[in-house]
Design a protein around this ligand. Structure first.
Ligand SMILES: Nc1nc2c(ncn2[C@@H]2O[C@H](COP(=O)(O)OP(=O)(O)O)[C@@H](O)[C@H]2O)c(=O)[nH]1
Ligand SMILES: [Mg+2]
Length: 245
């Protein structure tokens, strides 16, 4: 299997080194795995870039991409995917809240996918979520609204840790903040999404980049956009009429 791990970061100077080493340890431990680790620095104003550059001097698996100005988490993930070279993509948050030890379970789930299962994405479900009560409640509401309106029963649609084929990611409609709707968009393409329980940790250091303005209000607008996108999709059954029967 060959995998590109993509980590979007904005001002995570205290977290990059620890998390990078954790990812590297987990990936190096897997048999028959070819991988690269791509950090996308999204116009950070702290020392994130310098720390990444120092790490890259001794770690050949690390690639660094940088947006000159801040473009947001989804765009950073897209930049990483566009520049990645492997068949599968693993995305995780750069603050250490997702634990890379859960990545092997995801790799295994894809390796063991049954033919015909049409497995499109494996996503984490933060069962022991280490966030404030308000965050947990607002996520629960967002997930049940998405379940009702988008035909997506994924229990933790906004989880940062996920794995999917690169080719499928590139077929998903792209919009700012689409990272919160990825399961529904994968289902829209006719693929299955599997959730697996994952560990969740407190942020290693620093503060959340999201608040009510850039999560709730934007999320409501995006929800209507996602409903529109899903309703405007046709899935033809295609039969090739030439060549072998
Ligand atoms: N590239 C990029 N990443 C971001 C941005 N905002 C947040 N992130 C990253 O997305 C991940 C999740 O953000 P975080 O602030 O921890 O959100 P929370 O865990 O939902 O409170 C972290 O890796 C952040 O560094 C952004 O504007 N651009
Ligand atoms: Mg976080």
């Amino acid at each position: 299997m060959n995998v590109s791990v993509i980590v979007p970061v904005k001002n995570e100077e205290e977290n990059v080194a620890t998390l990078f080493h954790e990812i590297q340890t987990v990936m190096a431990d897997q048999e028959n795995l070819v991988y690269e680790i791509i950090y996308v620095d999204d116009g950070s104003s702290d020392r994130t870039r310098q720390i990444l550059q120092e790490l890259a001097t001794t770690n050949a698996s690390l690639r660094i991409l940088r947006h000159v100005t801040n473009c947001g988490q989804s765009t950073a993930v897209l930049t990483g995917v566009l520049h990645s070279v492997h068949d599968y993509i693993v995305v995780l948050d750069g603050d250490g809240q997702n634990n890379p030890i859960d990545i092997p379970t995801m790799l295994e789930r894809f390796t063991q996918a049954r033919p015909g299962e049409k497995l499109g994405m494996v996503i984490g479900n933060r069962v022991n979520r280490q966030d404030s009560v308000i965050r947990k409640i607002s996520s629960r509401i967002a997930n049940s609204v998405r379940a009702g309106l988008l035909n997506d029963s994924t229990p933790d649609s906004g989880c940062g840790l996920k794995m999917l084929p690169r080719s499928l990611f590139l077929r998903l409609p792209f919009f700012d903040h689409m990272h919160r709707f990825m399961p529904a968009l994968v289902i829209r393409q006719g693929y299955a999404v599997k959730s697996i329980p994952i560990t969740h940790r407190q942020r290693l250091a620093g503060t959340s980049k999201y608040g009510i303005h850039n999560r709730l209000w934007v999320g409501i607008v995006d929800l209507f956009g996602a409903i529109w996108l899903i309703n405007r999709m046709q899935r033809p059954v295609v039969k090739e009429m030439t060549g072998k029967k």
